[in-house]
Design a binder for this molecule. Structure first.
Ligand code: MG
Length: 282
């Protein structure tokens, strides 16, 4: 199950191409455990000409690291099929700061540091150096001292960006605090409001569809959170499918406000074929 390199093919996707966008945590895998049947479902979609794309708020990894993680689960993916928050937030910042070598203070893990570095930003450390922006993702080694350093940058004029605002995320050990919880601490301490690129902001989904020349009406988004995944798909006009393998339960879906109601609910992403059959796509 090798890595497929489709980068060269980007831009050559025929118009009207159908795509299924999968959220990853809670949909394709829980921690390092693949969700049963998803590999087969992905292969089936591809064999029927449906474009399979991945969109995740997870900012701990680069796109290449996700290719590797999926590969270990037997799911082949090309780098350009993945839109992760570390890459997405970096793309946005690149657009915002242009070619200027802006200085970044990063609260996050390896993937976010790498994407920021690859994009040509200067990463600064230490609370006495000024930076243009503080970018925050999940940091499982977050400390009070890091918070103090970030606060110092923010007080010195740095803008605050969040990879996502997820309060929690699912793991094999249960629900864990997400990067949104760290971001909330930085916001509270600094009094600054972060600009958040991850879902429910539509940026990651829209950028990814644009890259692959897929129109929203030709896309289905499969997610496990009502307030993030279903909310953003509904807001964008993308057909929303809830899976029950992650955060939200069937009860939650029933009680959800109108804007968070999924068009379809399935037990897991392994059943996505049934939804596409119903839509007449396959
Ligand atoms: Mg998820």
């Amino acid at each position: 199950m090798g890595v497929r390199f489709l980068d060269a093919a980007i831009g050559n996707v025929p118009m009207g191409k159908k795509a299924v966008l999968f959220d990853m945590d809670g949909v394709v895998f829980i921690g390092n455990t693949p969700v049963l049947g998803v590999r087969k479902a992905v292969e089936e979609l591809r064999s029927k000409g449906v474009c399979v794309l991945f969109v995740t708020n997870n900012a701990t990894k680069t796109r290449e690291m996700f290719v590797e993680k999926l590969g270990k689960m037997g799911i082949g993916a090309a780098r350009d099929e993945i839109m992760c928050a570390a890459f997405g937030v970096t793309q946005y910042l690149r657009g915002k700061y242009g070619r200027r070598k802006a200085r970044a203070f990063v609260v996050g893990e390896k993937g976010l540091f790498e994407e920021i570095r690859k994009a040509g930003f200067e990463i600064v450390n230490g609370k006495n150096m000024a930076s243009d922006f503080v970018v925050c993702g999940l940091d499982r080694e977050f400390t009070y001292l890091k918070a103090a350093a970030a606060l110092s940058h923010l007080k010195n004029g740095a803008e605050l960006f969040g990879a996502n605002a997820d309060a929690t995320y699912p793991t094999e050990k249960g629900i864990m605090p997400g990067s949104g919880s760290i971001l909330a601490m930085l916001e509270k301490a600094s009094g600054k409001k972060a600009f958040v690129l991850g879902k429910p902001n539509s940026y990651l989904l829209e950028e990814h569809l644009k890259l692959h020349n897929v129109e929203k009406k030709d896309a289905v988004f499969v997610g496990d959170r009502l307030d993030i995944d279903i909310a953003v798909a509904n807001k964008c006009g993308i057909y929303s499918v809830l899976v029950l393998s992650g955060i939200a339960s069937a009860q939650d879906a029933k009680r959800a406000p109108f804007e968070w109601k999924p068009k379809e609910t399935i037990r897991s992403a392994a059943q996505i074929g049934k939804v596409l059959e119903k839509l007449g796509w396959i």
